[in-house]
Design a protein around this ligand. Structure first.
Ligand SMILES: [Mg+2]
Length: 220
């Protein structure tokens, strides 16, 4: 049971990496408007390294928690800059939240989202409304909590989470950047979606795909 959760998370990182690759240019374009145009490249690099590392044999990644912990370390080393530490903290906190979890149901997914949002919040010291990735991660997490309260699972659960993330990401258009390099753009950031919030939606869609798909075949 624990091992299948671990395998499922490895698959999740593969899906995220593919999805980020497919949107890499758009993300860098978005970042170019208000930042240094590297968001797509940085994210792609980070998730490529995570997948390469998770695919190495003999790592002993037998639980969901150990997969996320390994992803944290690897993402930090590969991505650097500002995004590296943010997602490293995110995956580290998510790893702690999933300690002992053997089934990636809606409750576990919500715990993972809570860990991610908490890790990014602690590291980035951003608030909601600062026009950052948190403006997508926080509403997604809150929607996840509500969906679990309503007893939603699977696709129904993820639909709620993704819809909230999309709304949150779109709302960053009307925000002025308060954090990071984008803050220097000031009013110029108005009218443009935050690249970190845009990539959050991509990540969440890939997570949903990986976590709702039929169980992957045993790799034997
Ligand atoms: Mg940048």
């Amino acid at each position: 049971m624990a091992e299948s959760a671990a395998r499922r998370l490895v698959m999740m990182f593969e899906r995220i990496s593919e999805a980020i690759d497919a949107s890499q240019d758009r993300l860098s374009e978005l970042d170019g408007i208000i930042g240094d145009a590297d968001h797509g490249i940085t994210m792609a690099l980070g998730f490529h390294s995570v997948c390469a590392e998770l695919g190495r044999p003999g790592l002993g990644l037998s639980t969901a928690s150990t997969v996320l912990d390994k992803a944290a370390t690897t993402f930090l080393e590969a991505a650097g800059a500002s995004t590296g530490p943010l997602y490293a903290s995110a995956f580290r906190r998510a790893s702690e939240k999933l300690a002992g979890v053997e089934r990636l149901d809606a409750a576990a997914a919500t715990a993972m989202l809570q860990g991610i949002a908490a890790g990014i919040g602690e590291r980035g010291k951003a608030q909601r409304g600062d026009k950052t990735m948190l403006d997508a991660w926080i509403p997604a997490t809150e929607a996840g909590i509500r969906a679990v309260d309503r007893g939603l699972e699977g696709q129904a659960y993820w639909q709620q989470v993704i819809a909230a993330a999309e709304l949150g990401a779109n709302a960053t258009r009307s925000m002025v950047a308060m954090k990071g390099r984008a803050a220097r753009a000031g009013q110029r950031s108005l009218g443009h979606i935050d690249p970190g919030a845009a990539s959050t939606v991509i990540i969440l869609r890939a997570m949903a795909e990986a976590l709702t798909e039929d169980a992957p075949a045993d790799p034997t």
